[in-house]
Design a protein around this ligand. Structure first.
Ligand SMILES: Cc1ncc(COP(=O)(O)O)c(C=O)c1O
Length: 403
């Protein structure tokens, strides 16, 4: 394996790794960053070269544009390195990073276990797409224990899907315990690790395939959609890479270049955003309108014990549950009143977002009832004191609005 993918910085600090990972051999004429290589057709000097390239499709070698090129590979390598995996496939969106591995490991007649808290479009993919191909889905409570999930496995269960924490309700899953059951049953463990980024090391906790929406903190500027699928074995690499290839998955080199630029500064953004999010979360937890703050890194919050055991940090996305009696019109009035928080989906950019979520979340496995209206907050790079002042005036509007 080339120097790039053997993780030469694995023992170094995260800041060092983000500055150096994936850069070996990528500079052109001395410039620090790789160039944007666009291309479909690859020309070969001789037929023998073309024949050789065809047998090296699992490697970072050029054969045709869809196999990626010199702008994709440094990004693949840096993501594999920060997740502690061996190989990474970049795909067009975070959603594609969800659907490609599901298609890689499921076939007609198979069964998949999905957490009830799963990202909505992943649920849609199971219910309205995989179902057409004879794949059956069972949703399970994300807080399920190993003993409780065991009977949900069927002889045809080939995938245990996980997402921890859930990106709307922030349930932290006991991944090592659930993975042990899945492996004993012969199933693969897939995980959406977008919230955990590098704070959760998936392969040390029993995950086989780690999914990230790079759209969020890696890109960091709310202007590019990209996904990554990282694995830790040659067998899984062949499966994932082969499926991405058969599906024609491709990401623009311009987008990969922007994501590479984003990843180099991600550590400082994450540090700042994590600290600001905790400051805002603590302030909210003390407000009398708020029943609960769903931030796994906040002592006392749901899932905190597992977060403390398995994670080394947190991103800046969390939820709040309003006290019973506070109504949806009041929460929507608060959202409308906020000046610094945009109302919109996605997260991980430099700007803060507030999204009332009650009524937008589907649950079918008896989970997710927190007893009050909910709002998801993404904390950006603004000053936390300004964000808190904005939330305070938003709560004034909430109280002044007729229930
Ligand atoms: C947890 C999670 N996974 C995957 C995705 C999909 O990412 P993308 O928007 O790049 O398709 C999202 C997007 O919001 C998400 O929140």
């Amino acid at each position: 394996m080339a120097d790039d993918t053997s993780q030469p910085h694995a023992k170094m600090g995260f800041y060092t790794r983000l500055s150096h990972a994936g850069r070996a051999g990528t500079n052109v004429r001395g410039f620090v960053n790789p160039a944007v290589h666009r291309g479909s057709t690859m020309l070969y000097a001789k037929m023998a070269d073309r024949v050789a390239a065809a047998s090296e499709r699992l490697e970072q070698k050029p054969h045709y544009g869809t196999g990626g090129g010199p702008t994709h590979w440094p990004l693949e390598n840096v993501i594999a390195e920060i997740e502690g995996g061996t190989r990474c496939q970049i795909v067009s969106t975070g959603l594609a990073a969800v659907t490609v591995p599901l298609q890689a490991y499921l076939k007609a007649g198979d069964h998949v276990l999905m957490p009830d808290s799963v990202y909505g479009p992943a649920r849609n993919f199971c219910d309205n797409f995989l179902s057409r191909f004879g794949v059956q889905t069972t949703y399970y409570n994300p807080c399920i224990t190993a003993a409780e999930i065991e009977p949900l496995f069927q002889p045809n269960t080939t995938v245990l899907y996980t997402e921890s924490p859930g990106s709307h309700t922030f349930e932290v899953q006991d991944i090592p315990a659930l993975a042990a059951v899945a492996h004993a049953k012969g199933a693969k463990v897939l995980m959406d690790n977008t919230w955990g980024i590098h704070f959760f090391q998936p392969f040390r906790h029993g995950v086989d395939v780690s999914i990230q929406a790079l759209t969020k903190y890696v890109v960091g500027h709310s202007d590019v959609l990209l996904g990554s699928i990282t694995v830790n074995s040659n067998e899984d690499w062949a499966r994932v890479r082969g499926t991405a290839s058969v599906l024609g998955q491709y990401a623009s080199p311009d987008d990969c270049w922007l994501a590479l630029r984003g990843v180099r500064t991600m550590a400082v953004r994450l540090d700042r955003q994590m600290a600001s999010a905790l400051e805002v979360a603590r302030w909210l937890a003390a407000r009398h309108e708020i029943a609960q703050v769903l931030h796994p890194a906040l002592p006392g919050a749901p899932g905190h014990a597992i977060w403390k055991r398995d994670f080394t940090g947190a991103c800046s996305l969390f939820g709040i549950v309003f006290k019973p009696g506070i109504t949806q019109p009041q929460v929507h009035a608060m959202a409308d009143a906020l000046q610094l928080f945009g109302k919109g989906a996605s997260w991980g950019g430099y700007e803060s977002l507030a999204l009332p979520t009650s009524g937008f979340i589907t649950r079918t496995a008896n989970s997710g009832d927190f007893g009050g209206q909910m709002m998801r907050l993404h904390i950006g790079l603004e000053d936390p004191t300004d964000l808190i002042a904005d939330l305070a005036q938003g709560l004034d509007v909430l109280r002044a609005t007729k229930p």
